[in-house]
Design a protein around this ligand. Structure first.
Ligand code: GLA
Length: 438
């Protein structure tokens, strides 16, 4: 059994000013092709899995018909390898028409008719990472083309460009996107390429330009890869957590749940941690063949609700010892200046038996004197109301997670609705409260 001794934490800086283009007030949700379908362009031999309009239309249909859209997964996005190898005679981007015979505008229309948004991929460089035409030299033309096509979301990668150019280049393309007058969520890879180049990303500028940004490695189809991302977010939390908020999010990359590399427990761990991270939920999985238990993880409304919490505060790792981690994310409702919390107990150990973790809420910094109403979000088990001094135990499976929601319990048991969406809450209260973890 692990009784926790909580470690000290630096202050959480809150209230950073970020991009206010009115978009992505909660982390974007949808389906993105890359991790599962990569750059498979061989529609002759592998028509079912190649990057083609049919693939995206099928995924769009499933989002609608199987209820994903109604849970918030409302976007279908291209990634690399949709392009022809050359621009058209007018210098405009064009798809590979053998794979996208109807053109990109028709594909965007297809999504819009179904109540979905449509995302596209390009690269702030001479080429995309897979070698297709990049936007350098064509920034304004490409922004206009995307608007003409009805694009709602642009992922702009950073291969084949100079990281030192990005401080000017990413904002310039963002400017051209805004100039089109069309609302387009702007997903950047600016910080990750700069970090790789040994630079320190200027997050003050990044959060004013981008709705989301990649900080770290591409996710691969393995638990090892998921753990590396979790470690990166924990180890660098004092730098990156304060940058998240409504309209501007850290992007730890796609959900790989339902693919080949994660067990059932590990899949719940990814879903829970992406909820704690306030991460975009971009599924990259074959929704035609996903097994029901993985689909249920992706469709877990209680976990999605944590991810989409309107306060938009990213969670932090508050305890780490001997393979056991505890992560906490302040969420709504806020009652009498006490935040509610999502708490993830993550077991990185591989002993063949669950680990029991025992804490008091007070040790986690949850000090509301009238307690918290606690629910397990995967088992849907209610623990009832627990007071801050009471010991609280969970059993966490190897490489698994227990995710609980701790709602502030007021003696009146009435949580005024206005708190749920009130972004004007005095965030100065948060650092002290959050610091009680340490
Ligand atoms: C980079 C990105 C990935 C994906 C590929 C496509 O590696 O980080 O997410 O878009 O390029 O080539």
């Amino acid at each position: 059994m692990w009784k926790i001794a909580v470690v000290a934490f630096a202050s959480l800086v809150v209230g950073v000013c970020g991009l206010e283009n009115g978009l992505a007030r909660t982390p974007p949700m949808g389906w993105l092709a890359w991790q599962r379908f990569r750059c498979n362009t061989d529609c002759q031999n592998d028509p079912h899995h190649c990057i083609s309009e049919a693939l995206f239309m099928q995924m769009g249909d499933i989002l609608v018909n199987e209820g994903y859209r109604d849970l918030g997964y409302d976007m279908i996005s291209l990634d690399d390898c949709w392009l022809a190898t050359h621009r058209d005679a007018h210098g405009r981007l064009q798809p590979d028409y053998s794979r996208f015979p109807s053109g990109i505008k028709a594909l965007a229309d297809y999504m819009h008719i179904r109540g979905l948004k449509f995302g596209i991929y390009e690269d702030y460089g001479n080429y995309t990472c897979a070698g297709y035409p990049g936007i350098l030299g064509h920034l304004q033309t490409d922004a206009n083309t995307f608007a003409d096509w009805g694009v709602d979301y642009v992922k702009l990668d950073g291969c084949y460009s100079l990281p030192t150019d990005m401080d000017a280049g990413y904002p310039l393309f963002g400017y051209y996107l805004n100039q089109t007058g069309r609302n387009m969520v702007y997903s950047c890879s600016w910080p990750v390429y700069q970090t790789y180049a040994g630079m320190t990303p200027n997050y003050t500028a990044i959060i004013q330009t981008c709705n989301l940004w990649r900080n770290f490695d591409d996710i691969q189809d393995s638990w090892d890869s998921v753990q590396r991302i979790i470690d990166y977010y924990g180890d660098n939390q004092d730098t990156i957590v304060p940058n998240a908020g409504p309209g501007h999010w850290n992007d730890p990359d796609m959900l790989i749940i339902g693919n080949f590399g994660l067990s059932y427990e590990q899949s719940k761990s990814q879903m829970a941690m992406w909820a704690i991270f306030a991460a975009p939920l971009l599924m990259s999985v074959d929704l035609r063949t996903i097994r029901p238990e993985y689909k249920a993880i992706l469709k877990n409304k209680a976990v999605i609700d944590v991810n989409q919490d309107p306060l938009g505060i990213q969670g932090k790792r508050i305890y780490k010892d001997k393979g056991i981690e505890i992560w906490a994310r302040p969420i709504s409702p806020v009652v009498n200046n006490y935040y509610s919390y999502a708490i993830a107990f993550l077991n990185r150990r591989t002993d063949g038996t669950p680990s029991e973790v025992s804490v008091t809420l007070k040790e986690l910094g949850l000090t509301n004197p009238t307690g918290y109403s606690i629910t397990d979000l995967f088992d849907n088990r209610a623990y009832g109301v627990i007071l801050p001094d009471k010991r609280f135990k969970v059993d966490v499976n190897p490489t698994g997670v227990v995710l609980v929601r701790c709602n502030v319990f007021s003696s009146l048991n009435q949580i005024p609705n206005q708190f749920v969406r009130d972004n004007s809450i005095n965030n100065n209260l948060l650092p002290n409260h959050f610091n009680q973890f340490g």
